[in-house]
Ligand binder design. Structure first.
Ligand SMILES: [Zn+2]
Length: 109
């Protein structure tokens, strides 16, 4: 029979269980999964003075090759080409949509 111990996840505050006497995970499995997904980083090239990025590069070498290509283009001569890596992400929470029956509101008024 396996004995379980409970711990509080420092990220989400949720309770999680781990095997007593065994390896104690730092966070709950849900937060570990989110961390793994978000740590799966990427790179983007940014040419100084231009509007933005277009491509997500999965490796640093890919990004460097693209940065070099961009730097060599005549319109980019003398401009810095930056290779950027994400630090933060944000996400708007799901906003629920509710239906109100007009009849109910009229009756309330
Ligand atoms: Zn958690």
């Amino acid at each position: 029979m396996i004995a379980w111990q409970e711990a509080i996840c420092p990220v989400c505050g949720g309770k999680f269980k781990y095997q007593k006497g065994g390896f104690r995970p730092m966070t709950c499995t849900k937060c570990v999964k989110i961390k793994e997904e978000r740590m799966d980083t990427f790179w983007c090239c940014f040419v100084e003075g231009t509007g933005g990025f277009n491509k997500r590069h999965e490796t640093e070498d890919d990004a460097k090759a693209e940065a070099e290509r961009l730097a060599r283009q005549p319109q980019n001569r003398g401009k810095c080409v930056y290779i950027l890596q994400p630090i933060y992400f944000c996400q708007a929470e799901y906003v629920p949509v509710r239906f109100y029956r007009l009849k109910d509101i009229y009756e309330y008024l």
